[in-house]
Design a protein around this ligand. Structure first.
Ligand code: SF4
Length: 386
């Protein structure tokens, strides 16, 4: 990837966690609630949290991404989104070309809202489609149908969005490569700028995890997950998409998710809202995943933090390796040496040689990166650097 041309930046970003959903999907472990009565109170608290954070840190950097995640941010009223964006524009230096992403759920977004999102300056949509198979959507407990997903995408295009990402999930129980291929074909036919494809995971504290423990769900076998991963890579790259991170594909380098790329490059970001995390000046903190705690703390003049830690050098180094190797760009050897004062290849000679010998990694120019085969086993491989 050409870093100059790619939509990658080292300026900090802003993440906003909007903790409301119309329905709670059984596999999801993101913090959200379905009672939306406190939505107005939440928006007020979000502004207070932001203001308080700015008082604690003197911040004069220019930010170039705002990411509305959740939850289902498209459930916010237009006036609420407008209030938040206006506040951010007043309190932060925002780059002229600031990427402003809104996650949206096809089953919980009125069509009329789309042109208004655009008018507010939102310039990127991330649509949680997950599958183009109605049976699979029902299994995932999504509230939309395939038809609604396609209509939502088309309405977004019509509203003028020229940077749209789709999220898909694979390796569902009983899913076959044929049904998955059908979803990928439908996705590609819409010609989105970006596709994220994740394998279904069973996170503790989710209904799916409990069903798995009771053997009510049989997960896809590990070798099937691998097959799905490789198939996805092959299908999307053959259809002109660049596989730039384990789960992310783009039609062009200019449409790399600038905000998400910050996480892989350890670029500082500030997160606001219940369960949001921040990384700033080598410090990481996170808010408690609870709206009532969030509102209570802020009403009492306190920040709603759950934990705060200063990353030691060893953690920073491991995270640097862990995050960089998730990208197809891989790890820049000179940058590693500049940051940590030692050579990556010498420090990890044994693992590096083993990975190269087994075809799981390679040295390309001044970078060390995983091969396609290595990417498929990414999580396993990265544990070896701990
Ligand atoms: S809509 Fe998204 S955030 Fe909400 S419960 Fe479903 S998967 Fe989770």
């Amino acid at each position: 990837m050409n870093a100059e041309k790619a939509n990658i930046s080292f300026k900090p970003g802003i993440y906003l966690h909007i903790p409301f959903c119309e329905h709670k999907c059984g596999y999801c472990d993101f913090y959200s609630i379905t009672n939306r009565q406190q939505q107005p109170e939440f928006v007020r608290a979000l502004l207070i949290e932001t203001e308080k954070t700015l008082q604690v840190f003197s911040i004069d950097q220019t930010f170039d991404t705002i990411y509305f995640g959740g939850g289902t941010p498209s459930l916010l009223e237009i006036e609420q989104l407008e209030t938040i964006l206006e506040f951010l524009r007043q309190h932060f230096n925002l780059a002229q070309d600031c990427e402003i992403t809104l996650e949206m759920n096809p089953g919980a977004t009125e069509r009329e809202k789309l042109p208004l999102f655009k008018e507010l300056g939102i310039n990127r949509l991330s649509i949680g489609i997950q599958s183009f198979n109605d049976q699979e959507l029902r299994f995932l407990e999504r509230i939309h149908s395939t038809r609604q997903a396609i209509e939502a995408f088309e309405a977004a295009r019509k509203a003028g969005f020229d940077n749209i990402g789709l999220d898909l999930i694979y390796a569902l129980p009983n899913q076959t490569l044929t049904t998955w291929k059908h979803s990928l074909q439908k996705a590609v036919a819409l010609n989105p700028e970006h596709i994220s494809a994740y394998n279904l995971s069973y996170e503790p504290n989710t209904p799916f995890f409990r069903r798995l423990q009771k053997r009510q769900i049989m997960p896809a076998a590990e070798e099937n997950e691998l097959e799905f991963f490789n198939f996805t890579h092959q299908f999307l790259t053959e259809n002109g998409y660049l596989h730039y991170e384990v789960s992310n594909f783009t039609r062009d380098e200019a449409f790399v998710s600038r905000h998400n790329y910050k996480y892989w490059l350890h670029v500082p970001y500030l997160g606001f809202g219940p369960s949001a995390h921040s990384y700033w000046n080598g410090q990481r903190w996170g808010n408690k995943p609870s709206l009532s705690h969030y509102l209570q703390q802020l009403n009492n003049g306190q920040l709603p933090q759950d934990f705060s830690e200063t990353l030691d050098e060893q953690t920073k180094e491991f995270e640097h390796i862990f995050l960089r190797l998730r990208t197809y760009e891989g790890l820049d050897l000179a940058a590693f040496e500049n940051t940590f004062g030692r050579s990556f290849l010498q420090s990890y000679r044994k693992i590096v040689n083993e990975l190269i010998d087994s075809g799981l990694a390679q040295l390309t120019g001044k970078r060390f990166c995983l091969t396609q085969q290595g990417m498929a086993l990414c999580d396993e491989i990265l544990q070896r650097f701990v």
